[in-house]
Design a protein around this ligand. Sequence first.
Ligand code: SAM
Ligand code: SF4
Length: 465
Amino acid sequence: MEKKYIDFINEDHLHSLIRDTKEDKEAIRAIFAKSKAKEPLTLSECAQLLAIESEDMKQELFETARELKRAIYGNRIVLFAPLYIGNHCINDCKYCGFRRSLRTAVRKTLSDQELINEVINLENIGHKRLILVYGEHPMYSPEFIAHTVRLCYQTKVGNGEIRRVNINAAPQEIEGYKIIKEAGIGTYQVFQETYHRETYARVHPKNTHKGDYMWRLHAMDRAFEGGIDDMGIGALFGLYDWRFEVLGLVAHAIHLKETYGVGPHTISFPRIQPAHGMDMDLPWRVTDEQFKMLVAILRLSVPYTGLIMTARESSEVRNDVIDFGVSQIDAGTKLEIGGYQKEEYEQQLDKEQFRIGDTRDLDEVIRWLLTREYIPSFCTSCYRLGRTGEHFMEFAIPGFIGNFCTPNAIITLSEYLEDYSSEETKKVGYALIEKEVAKMPEGDRKELVKKRIELVKQGKRDLYF
Ligand code: SAM
Ligand code: SF4
């Protein structure tokens, strides 16, 4: 059955691209020009960017990524929170604090009531978008996953509600995807971890489900057949050469676009963090400089794919890298299962998957974004109006951001400022909103946005374009 899918990772080709491509300033500048026209890059163009060594080219790369990000996404950053549902796991991934051979890991799956309590706590601080995370275990069947997604949507408190539930769960059969899709998920995320087969085999033992590289590589092909057109791919950086993983991600994106007409909605690029019982050499650890480059190169390579930078990274790194192409971040993140119900929270690694780097709460993260002149967005409009997959691509056109995304970001931000924010954040928030509205061209849309901000202040909610 697997044979019907294409093996789109040609390792020899990727290795030769890395080995044989040398920095060529003229070629690189031509690629920058192509990027500015918002065209996706080929694998060899991406390899040319990965070959950049000189300081001046690096700076031009960052500048181009910054420009492209502004042109496509404006100054919005979408915010979400991860919610860990359970850490039972039949796999034995060497880097993960949930792996089955770790006898000292404290195992837990949220009961329905505990899940509801977690969601209430997340809503009470202002979250509207979640990603549910599961270990791989027969307990976490497609029916169970669908049930947890529905519970999140059903749980509402005050003005709080979850408007979009994404999931990060193990690869499924096509039938399983249909069941999950039915529950109304947003993005289905699964990371290949590493596209390099030998490394993959080393960190994912053969006698485990996850040991099957091709089963995982084709997770998105099956998801598409199961009706899911909103997909998130990713690689765990630090397992193998970062340049190879970038090429792997881009090859994956090209494959999805060519085969199904829809590229991935998001790409994640977690860097490996210390985890409970983790004992492995990491000769391929990615430096901060390389991390910044990989984000910028992904930005140029897949202009319309959202890039997610998680709280694995420290607040300093997030501050340094956010300009170069990131469109989504998590905030106020707690990884412990049941962690959002705790007043005092300090990481205990035997209960969590890995150590996080950015421990600020949601309000602090929002204030930081506002002071950097980013509009924190809780917008879920496209997903709710069916602007996903192929349809999303049609909408990601000039004018769309100004007419839809920015207004929606402003209105969801004003909801946050009214319902959940600290006084300090509220002040900075409304100051930025005023500036943003002033920037909008005169016309009906601008008047409507002003009117809707007033309506939000009067207590109306969930007004979107
Ligand atoms: N069990 C499912 C799976 O493996 O696909 C669900 C996801 S797992 C809980 C989420 C992701 O966390 C993994 O895909 C992996 O990339 C990442 N992860 C695991 N251990 C990590 C670590 N030590 N540091 C950073 N990220 C890690
Ligand atoms: Fe299980 Fe996922 Fe952790 Fe691997 S990464 S041990 S599959 S939870």
